[in-house]
Design a binder for this molecule. Structure first.
Ligand SMILES: O=C(O)CCC(=O)C(=O)O
Ligand SMILES: [Fe+2]
Length: 173
């Protein structure tokens, strides 16, 4: 698939938008109780709003370390999801994140997932997957609806669900 403009028209001309609200009550043993298991989102973009006065709960994985995302009043957090990782052949990576609980404070997050419609066939854009420039295609073309089904029927486990679309690259040398 080529031409950035066309790709975005095809991918998101008709899109699916879903909203999830997460409520994390105070928890006396945050060291033992996970808020939400580590995962990347199966969407293209995720827009996350944290309730006023919420505790710090969202953490993202950066350089193998969990980094807390401080809630900023009236600010939205925008995360890249698996669709963008596949489209860009891994140039933009979906962010692995988790939510932790807090001893005294509760927390509310309102999350909007923006994704292609389920009929869409998705794979890396040709400009970004090109064997000649030593940039092999890392993801197979697949149906987004099938990926979504795979995503919701498997447990959240880091970025494991993306293995569904990954092409195993073996070193033939
Ligand atoms: O509550 C949060 O900050 C994270 C929520 C989240 O990652 C999700 O709903 O996918
Ligand atoms: Fe998430």
């Amino acid at each position: 698939m080529s031409l950035l403009q066309d790709v975005f028209e095809v991918m998101f001309g008709v899109a699916v938008q879903a909203v999830r609200m997460n409520y994390y009550p105070p928890c006396s043993r945050p060291d033992l109780v996970m808020g939400l298991s580590p995962h990347s989102d199966g969407s293209a973009l995720t827009i996350l709003q944290q309730g006023k006065g919420s505790s710090v709960g969202l953490q993202i994985l950066k350089d193998n370390a969990w980094v807390p995302v401080q809630p900023i009043p009236n600010a939205l957090v925008i995360n890249i999801g698996d669709t963008i990782e596949v489209l860009t052949n891994g140039k933009y990576k979906s962010v692995e994140h988790t939510a932790v609980t807090h001893k005294e404070k509760d927390r509310l997050s309102i999350v909007t997932f923006y994704a292609p419609s389920y009929e869409i066939e998705i794979g890396p854009m040709t400009e970004l997957a090109d064997d000649e420039n030593n940039n092999p295609c890392k993801y197979r073309r697949h149906n987004h609806g099938e990926y979504s089904k795979h995503y919701v029927t498997n447990k959240l486990q880091g970025k494991k669900t993306l293995d569904f679309a990954k092409i195993l690259i073996t070193d033939s040398s």
